[in-house]
Design a protein around this ligand. Structure first.
Ligand SMILES: *Cc1c(COP(=O)(O)O)cnc(C)c1O
Length: 472
């Protein structure tokens, strides 16, 4: 019979080999080209190199995988990756994933892994407190990412507003529930509405103001209009740190509107939520505590390996109401002990120990370590914006978070300019940036998303941009 364990000597050799290869990558990421060539036939040839009819040695297989990932990936752990909130993973986070895979805790039932489950509940409580929720009402659950957390929010809001929803479904409500977000919201909100069966027509993307923030007056007007038409508003999904330009919606004003109409207020702080840990930035999230729920991704600014999302709520019973189900085959110990079985609390059933990567990093670096990182990245963002301005670039977004959306005024009306510069940056292998449209302008978007990005890399990016603009 095949031995999936391999034997002790083989394991020792593989661990050794792997540690060397991973350390080589981790310690020298900055020496790599940030973006790969995307020749699909070369990539496929490598992927399909070894047919499964003819197994290869474990050593060869591991080497093959490392080669593929090294050659064909945008190296998000690279300090010149100025991208979409994808971090370099903290080293304790990496260790945590190895530990998790080895113990393979099954988190569905509390009694199978009480330590792991209580670690996650502890983190949920601590983050709930950081965000200003009253301690006694904090609940939540780890999720694969912001998308699952946002879907969880929509389902909780539906169940909260329409308690009969769990039994009769949307069809039985005989109402038209309406969800409000902004034009800058992450598209997972819209998709959540589709997945939940609400449909796109149930979503109102409220226009944004000059700082890309949801226009609160526009929101209030739209709600009035929908009420007049006999529709049923039930939820507002605000954003704190929008994916494109980093906008933070005016949370206190939106909370007031939500309260006036009895709507569920969700705050999608997948990225920006980390600002709560740094005293000088915390004020940006004022009002987040007034909402009913929060999406927060530890795999963004907190640099946990993917995926590590969190859904937090201050409606203590809503997860249970939304997800509870009885299954005869599940262990029963928890129900006798007044603890919650996660499978009754979440979209997921079998669940990975997601929280460990955050827990281990917090044990080792503490809140202060994360506060320092948030501060450092914000400072690097300020430096980037300052250097861009000094060199004649114009900024089109206005956020305290380290995201710059910029272009050259002379090329403002030329949509191709940003695309062209962006292409050339990627081809250079020296950095990764993207293009994001703000109003009528295609802007270049650079976000400090890596704790290891220093002044040297930031100056390097501006220099590269200078050279490429000169070639236009
Ligand atoms: C990244 C992001 C999401 C989606 O989260 P995933 O972890 O990618 O699923 C949702 N909302 C915002 C604001 C985000 O930045």
């Amino acid at each position: 019979m095949v031995n999936f364990d391999l034997n002790a000597e083989e394991r020792a050799a593989l661990w050794q080999h792997l540690i060397t290869a991973l350390e080589q990558y981790y310690a020298n990421t900055s020496g790599l080209n940030v973006a790969p060539s995307l020749n699909i036939s070369d990539i496929l040839a490598l992927v399909e190199k070894y047919p499964f009819e003819q197994p290869v040695s474990a050593g060869k297989a591991v080497e093959h995988v490392i080669e593929g990932l090294s050659r064909y990936a945008v190296h998000t752990p690279h300090p010149s990756y100025y991208g979409l909130f994808n971090p370099r993973a903290t080293f304790p986070g990496i260790l945590a994933d190895a530990i998790t895979a080895t113990f393979n805790p099954q988190m569905a039932a509390w009694s199978h892994n009480p330590f792991a489950n209580e670690v996650e509940r502890y983190l949920i409580r601590e983050f709930g407190k950081q965000f200003g929720y009253p301690e006694e009402s904090i609940d939540g659950v780890f999720a694969t990412g912001g998308t699952e957390a946002n879907l969880t929010a929509v389902l909780c809001a539906l169940n909260h507003h329409f308690p009969e929803y769990a039994n009769v479904g949307l069809h039985g409500l005989k109402k038209h529930p309406i969800l409000y977000c902004s034009a800058e919201s992450h598209h997972s909100i819209i998709r959540s509405a589709r997945v939940a069966g609400l449909g796109l027509n149930a979503v109102r993307a409220i226009p944004v103001d000059g700082r890309q923030r949801m226009d609160a007056a526009g929101l209030a007007q739209q709600i009035q209009k929908d009420l007049k038409q006999g529709l049923t508003p039930f939820m507002i999904a605000a954003t704190a740190g929008a994916t494109g330009a980093g906008a933070i919606d005016p949370l206190p004003e939106i909370a007031e509107i939500a309260q006036a109409h009895g709507l569920w207020l969700h705050v999608d702080a997948a990225y920006g939520g980390a600002a709560i840990l740094e005293p000088s930035l915390k004020g940006l999230l004022k009002g987040i505590e007034l909402g009913h729920s929060i999406t927060f991704d530890a795999h963004k600014w907190l640099s946990a390996p993917m995926g590590a999302g969190m859904f937090l709520t201050r409606e203590k019973d809503i997860l249970h109401h939304t997800f509870r189900i009885t299954a005869d085959y599940m262990p029963k110990e928890a129900s006798a002990m007044n603890v919650t079985d996660p499978f009754n609390h979440s979209i997921q059933w079998s669940r990975r120990f997601i929280g460990l990567k955050l827990y281990l990093s917090l044990l080792i670096f503490g809140w202060e370590g994360f506060a320092q990182t948030v501060r450092h990245q914000t400072e690097m963002g300020r430096l980037l914006k300052k250097l861009l301005r000094e060199n004649g670039w114009k900024l089109y977004n206005d956020t305290d978070l380290p995201i710059a959306c910029f272009s050259a005024p002379a090329f403002e009306a030329d949509d191709a300019f940003a695309l062209h510069i962006c292409d050339k940056v990627l081809q250079s292998g020296q950095a990764w940036i993207s293009v994001y449209r703000i109003g009528k302008v295609n802007t270049l978007r650079a976000c400090i998303t890596n704790y290891a990005t220093t002044e040297k890399e930031v100056r390097g990016l501006v220099k590269l941009l200078e050279r490429l603009r000169g070639e236009e």
